[in-house]
Design a protein around this ligand. Sequence first.
Ligand code: SAM
Length: 354
Amino acid sequence: MDSVDVKRPQAFDLQADGFRGAQPVLVDPFGREISYLRVSVTDRCDFRCVYCMAEHMSFLPKADLLTLEELDRLCSAFIARGVRKLRLTGGEPLVRRGIMTLFATLSRHLASGALEELTLTTNGSQLAKHAAELAAHGVRRINVSLDTLDPDKFRAITRWGNLDNVLAGIDAAQAAGLKIKINTVALRDVNEDEIPALMQWAHGRGMDLTLIEVMPLGEIGEGRLDQYLPLSLLRARLAERFSLKALDYRTGGPARYVRVAETGGRLGFITPLTHNFCESCNRVRVTCTGTLYMCLGQEDAADLRKPLRASESNDLLHAAIEEAIARKPKGHDFIIDRRHQRPALARHMNVTGG
Ligand code: SAM
């Protein structure tokens, strides 16, 4: 925690965070305790991945975004209600100006023991700059999204990205002692043949690799069926070359893991389409404008910005959170096939946060 000189803003105190003694934890109507919060800190990104965004996106006006102080207040209110794991995401979280201040202030919940894990999902482009400071703020594990190790393919998938920057970011993060999980979206005809090589590379560097099925979120200007590669198929193909042994290991997320005997590494599968993972869902998501989505795959949402801004006390905020969690649905039902090529949801992944 001490390798970087970090100024910790004193603007927040526990009283203001809503720590007024024990508050009931959040439990949804299906008895699932909400212990995992993912917060999108910006809808902006320095990449334009073909499955995530259209090339020309319009972004939210800055005034609509929660300020860093509001984000802190909101996260802290959830932590006061039993959230133990907090992931900052986006858009690209590391392009949000001043984002390290938010990591700095939130790290007090790690120090107090209220929070077990503070982490982020990043495309890695800015990681070389920020890795040491993230580690200094108590971040221990991060997810880096990377779909290919081929520079040209990387440029084609991300439209704007540069593979060398991401690889330098991964080097810096490992040098800072961060554990990395690589997330790879499996894309038909694009990276499907490269998955064994990606896995061997990741495992060779001591990183887990998780494969993700492309989800029908947002209008992207291309057909989803062209991109969609069922992981059941990919897993069967990998099983012809590698011995995969199912593991009980869980990270609190929807991934199911296997141990690959040949590499010794862990390989995860996130299969929202071929296998519904909702029954154990312990998470909710908040967008950068303070909209709470109780399910990634449903439209129902609650506005938390209004109660946040309506008063300095957190009472309205807590009431709005409770009311929303009482409506958390049982699950979602994504379908991609020839009859369902339209997005299941209009919002893009960069809005809800991946
Ligand atoms: N910019 C950060 C990053 O690249 O990791 C965080 C946000 S990004 C939206 C989070 C993850 O969502 C990335 O791994 C990305 O590949 C994934 N993603 C985006 N759109 C997706 C989609 N339609 N289906 C599946 N995964 C998607």
